[in-house]
Design a protein. Sequence first.
Lengths: 817, 227
Amino acid sequence: MPHSRPMSARSRPEPPADLLPARFAAWFAGRGWQIRSHQLAMLEAARAGRSALLVAPTGGGKTLAGFLPSLVELAEQGGGRGLHTLYVSPLKALAVDVARNLTQPVAEMGLAVSIETRSGDTPPGKRQRQRLRPPDILLTTPEQIALLLSFDEAAAMFGGLRHVVIDEAHALWAGKRGDLLALGLERIASLAPGLRRVGLSATVADRGRLLRWVVGPAVDQAVLVEGAPGAPPEARILTPDGEIPWSGHSARYALRAILQAVAGAGTSLIFVNTRSQAEFLFQSLWALNDDALAIALHHGSLAPEQRRKVEAAMAAGRLKAVVCTSTLDLGIDWGAVDLVIQVGAPKGAARMIQRIGRANHRLDAPSRALMVPANRFEVLECEAALAAIDEGALDPEAMRSGALDVLAQHVLGCAVGGGFSDAALYDEIVRAAPYAGLDRRTFDRVVDYVATGGYALRRYERFARIRKVGDIWRISHGGIARQYRLNVGTIVEAPMLKVRLGRRMLGEIEEWFIDQLVPGDSFVFAGLVLEFRGLDETTAMVRKSAAEAPKVPSYEGGKFPLSTFLAAKVRHLLAHPGQWRRLPAPVTEWLALQRRYSVLPGEHQLLVETFPRADKFYLVAYPFEGRLAHQTLGMLLTRRMERAGLGPLGFVASDYALAAWSLKDAGRADLPALFDEDMLGDDLEAWLAESNLMKRTFRTNAVIAGLIERRYPGETKNGRQVTFSSDLIYDVLRRHEPDHILLQATYADAAAGLLDIRRLGDMLRRVKGAICHRPLARVSPLAVPVLLDIGRESVRGAATDMLLAEAAAALLAEAAR
Amino acid sequence: MSAVTLAGLRLELDPSGAVFAPEAGVLVVADLHFEKGSSFAARGVLLPPYDSLVTLDGLEGAIGRHGPRRVVALGDSFHDAGGPARLDPLVRQRLGRLAATADLVWVAGNHDPALPASLPGRVAECLELGPVALIHDPSACRGPWIAGHFHPKARVTVRGRAITARCFVADGERLLLPAFGAYAGGLEVRDPAIRRLFPGAFDTHVIGPGAIHRLAGRPRRAALPAE
């Protein structure tokens, strides 16, 4: 895949070593290190006053490369002249860790450089002092930058800033936090004329776009530096002998093999895709853990203290393994990790590579990784991911434009931080990459929203949050500044309830999940089987359960859909039997059966099978576009089937396929019409009107854009109240002002996020005229997994796999009849 | 039509959250919370300004269905004391028309203890409907009552799906009305604040999208025992 590579440093001769002052050279020599070429390239870029993006694998001295120019400059000029370098990281723990690592060379070289961190946990007195007398180097998070910009001291504080270093830029740029940071960086650039920007990133597919995001419009002046690639990872698929499940996500069949791998390694990270899988796997591993290997659990709903405890035990080398979710995708360097195990398919090649990189932070030694597919389709997906890793190919980030709710927050922030004029702020905003395409009319609507709510009636003119005096917009009273500062940031958590066992707080769990429980129900949380006893305000009271078959939480959080890139690779693999050599025997047999009884999905076609079963008719389509897009397709397709008089009864969606069942045979209907692209018009509108997904999305938009408050001064408004009122507001707004800018933002988010409309639209266009319909007498082998998903929700607990195996055998016998 | 009997009086429950006494021709609503949106706006939280319109649409709908001679708003009709002054002229005009066709009575609530005389209709401290007291907060009442103040809603789990909806709460002597206002929040009916109003078992009448569903009361269960 071709990448734009402006001024790549890799192909040029080595930069001269005299860039490195003697004191630094001696320090490197003293540690027995040799300065790496990308570190020199970063020094050279700084010397030329150029911004830069450094793309390098983990373990390559990337952070030091980002800071070397600052340290050299501070060593030459002396510190104490105000803020010199600003470091931004997606995690405050990472900022703290980097500060610690930076203090070492500074102390050893005897540099007079002050280094401080700043986060929500920094005491108020220290935060205030940092605004008035900032350190030479400040390490912080994107939210703190927005906050700092809202104070009167911002101009003085940032005026002399020389460098800003954005760490893990690949993890920040493609979301709302990235939008907010990009806007903040342009604000800082306006205040600091001598600023250069530095991005540090793991390998990404589209370096040119990331460079533009980091450095702003002066991209042709900037340098892309690529670190030497590390040793290629040693990744393989773990498939124990015997059967591979047809369906499900438990990987129960591979538990003993996983324990063996853990026992044979130093320290392992075991990644799964959802919190429920983490709970389940942790539980099942311990049930078989005869050697009492020290295995811990880490995910986003555990209480912070509990997570800190696991991290500390990990750092101290007391653990053999941690079962974790994406909470440990990023983070501080644990030198001891030498094996990464991915249980369940990785869903994206870039995520897999990121996770593999968590093992062995040393460049010369390969990272070792095992992938454990939980079912047959996942075997294909893991194989496709392996192929991508071998080729060094990555999923490209989807193009997206900056979110309007984030822009609204920033606009208010600019008014809080001393005021703005429309024209100047607009010019500044379109310099930020995510907003480069923002038209002036939309910008004006956002400003109007910030001022009066942007309602057609304009009834709130007298309550305006910002007012224009002459040419300058300012906040109308000081309370607005306080509100803004309490609500700053783009991370909006789902409403959570605390989970309490006796006097112990176990952590937090999504409200919607608890809402579905009745007292007496059991579920797995924090590695324990718990019985729900009742609600006490915002706390779910539980006790230890004696039940053996818990109702496992099916959290939606953290479930990534299969990436477009990997999906294309899976389709390709299916369509080319010559490449099946590496697949385990049960999988090749399965695919061969599919070829015999139906047909394999073509690479550029949409295979649709229809067949009768029991007293119903089934339609199974194989778009391979991920669960979210398939769910949306299912909603819309069944609406159309209803209109066509087919009597649809239900549907089920997986990452690979969609099955719908009906009273009449959809195979006799006009299939191209059923799958026509125009379903994204009126059908979508009608469905959205009643969709809860839209309400959930709107709540996030409303909080970010400051329509509803995250919390009040002095009290934290709990999520239950926010949810309740945002649903009402959504209904009222939809009815009275369907064109409101926040509804526009909600639609854009839903289209790219929970509903994945963009991907569905791309697919429908792609398969136009390329639908391959197979009317069959009975279920096909490929359809077995998705049919097994039907009713999976109601079949829970220990008996699940047994029942599934039984059902699979019956279905397969039927398919092969 | 859902109905309950209260101290011998037959009352019809309206899906809007109102209750109608057919013999007396009285329609009772509680907690309209007019101008809640603009009340928040004054604090810098710019909720959509359409809530009074939505609430009024609902009230006119209920009046259209029952044709009452008297309409009683059972307190907290305005979200704050400044509410009446902020009413949109159109909403005020429609309230005027309403007051011309029925005897419109505003009972005081804790959010609106003193209502201006300029408001269409008349203002009353409390009111009676036969043996039944009409009052905003019934906490101090001994006899039968119809009241608001608590904004009851019910959370029901049906086949794995949780549904939360406004509800009436009744036990033959007492009737607690749901909040009528478009932006009014709610309090779960199992909350001790609501349970302590009813000495014994009570029925919950949950307002669904198409009908009102009666969930028969069970004898009161003890609160969570201590661990």
